[in-house]
Design a protein around this ligand. Structure first.
Ligand code: ADP
Length: 169
C-alpha cells in the first residue's frame, strides 16, 4: 500500500525508517579489472540506488581465498579457481540497501554465464564459469561472514546519502 511504501521509504520522517541496512560483498574479479569493467559494474549498483559503504583494491592471498571459498576447497576446480582469483587485483566493495543481497544476486546473474540472462553482469560480460567477472554474497549469513573477512570495521563508512528518501536505500 501507499502508506506502507511511504513508511518503508521514510517519506514521513527519518525516524520512521526501519532498519534496512542490509549489506553485501561485491567483488570485481581479476578478469573484470583487467578488462576495465570496474566502472560499468559499479555504475549498475549506483544507478539501482544502492549505497557504497566500503571500497578497496587488493591482491587476494591464498589464505583469504581459502576462507572465502571454504565451501569449494575440495572441488576439482579449486586449484584453477585459486590461480584465477590470485592472478591480479580484485576490487572489493560493500553495498548497502533494502534487500541488497538478493537483488545483487539477480543483477550479477547465474554462476555459469552460459545460463546468465542478458542484462545481468555475467550475462552481459562473460561466457565461461571460470571467468565470470564478479562475486556477490549469496545469503545474509554469507554476506556477514564475507564482509568481516574482507573488510575491517573501520573501513566501512556509516553515511546518509542525500537522496535516501527516494532510493529507499
Ligand atoms: P557464485 O560465485 O555464483 O556464488 P559458487 O559459490 O558456486 O558460485 O562458485 C564460486 C566461484 O567458483 C564461481 O563464481 C566461479 O568463479 C567458480 N566456479 C564455480 N563452479 C566452477 C566450475 N565448475 N569450474 C570452474 N570454476 C567454477
Amino acid at each position: 500500500s501507499r502508506s506502507a511504501t511511504a513508511l518503508l521509504c521514510g517519506l514521513r520522517s527519518k525516524s520512521s525508517l526501519p532498519d534496512v541496512r542490509e549489506q553485501t560483498l561485491i567483488a570485481v574479479k581479476p578478469d573484470g579489472v583487467h578488462r576495465r569493467l570496474v566502472g560499468q559494474i559499479m555504475q549498475r549498483f549506483e544507478q539501482r540506488g544502492f549505497k557504497l559503504v566500503g571500497l578497496k583494491m587488493l591482491q587476494v592471498s591464498e589464505d583469504l581465498l581459502a576462507q572465502h571459498y571454504c565451501h569449494l576447497r575440495t572441488k576439482p576446480f579449486y586449484p584453477s579457481l585459486q590461480d584465477y582469483m590470485t592472478s591480479g587485483p580484485v576490487v572489493a566493495m560493500v553495498w548497502e540497501g533494502h534487500n541488497v543481497i538478493q537483488t545483487s544476486r539477480i543483477m550479477v546473474g547465474h554462476t555459469n554465464p552460459a545460463e546468465a540472462q542478458a542484462g545481468t553482469v555475467r550475462g552481459d560480460f562473460s561466457i565461461h564459469v571460470s571467468r565470470n567477472v564478479v562475486h556477490a554474497s549469496d545469503s545474509r549469513e554469507g554476506a556477514e561472514r564475507e564482509i568481516q573477512l574482507w573488510f575491517q570495521g573501520k573501513e566501512l563508512l556509516n553515511w546518509e546519502s542525500c537522496d535516501q528518501t527516494f532510493t529507499c536505500e
